[in-house]
Design a protein around this ligand. Sequence first.
Ligand SMILES: Nc1ncnc2c1ncn2[C@@H]1O[C@H](COP(=O)(O)OP(=O)(O)O)[C@@H](O)[C@H]1O
Ligand SMILES: [Mg+2]
Length: 235
Amino acid sequence: MLLEIKNLDAGYGYLQILRGVSLKIDKGEYVCIVGPNGAGKSTTMKSIAGLISPTAGSILFNGEEIAGLATNLITKKGISFVSEEMNLFVNMTVRENLFMGAYIIDDKKIQNERLDFVFDLFPRLAERKGQLAGTMSGGERKMLAIGRGMMSDPKLLMVDEPSFGLAPQLTENVFESLDILVKAGVTILLVEQNVTKTLSVTDRGYILENGKIGLEGKSKDLACDPHVKKVFLGV
Ligand SMILES: Nc1ncnc2c1ncn2[C@@H]1O[C@H](COP(=O)(O)OP(=O)(O)O)[C@@H](O)[C@H]1O
Ligand SMILES: [Mg+2]
């Protein structure tokens, strides 16, 4: 098991959001968390990435406890988090932004190899390497954020709502980018608003409601589940 979360509680100050969340991801799997707004999806990812400290429970990565470790140490262990906000450096070029994602790698040669790898995955970024990130289109910026997440050579890539705010065609492009990574063998944890699409592309999924995992299973089974249909698809 690559990632194994057991009975995780987390929140903000006295406000508890996650209540006993448990989930697992195997190497090479494409797993999603879906749930209504405010359910705690981003909070789950932030806990894994070390941006907030869990108040109870455990997060094992490759069998090693990482709950409460600092973000840079978690990145070093092989977890990369592409947040909703992306936090791109708008006044820096595509290439400079990508190198920021390799900050945990000291060896310049390895950094350059990672850059070539990301450019191979996303030729569009190679074409635009000298362009300022702030002048890229919405879809290109998402691709850049995902590419930057890949610069540290993660064993697990977490992507939070990559299609948020994008037009349907650009959403399609984002899913294609993720598909390229899946085919390259990257393990992905995806949070998405677009439930139908997400359940059609991922292997397995977890339904998070009010800080608790309600349902879990193969994505294709979840897509047919009456509760999922009622809550997310308005059926
Ligand atoms: N920094 C924060 N401080 C206080 N409350 C927060 C903070 N971030 C999120 N929350 C609250 O935590 C709950 C879960 O948020 P979040 O994990 O972002 O939900 P989701 O990603 O599923 O939409 C929400 O009620 C939200 O208002
Ligand atoms: Mg969120």
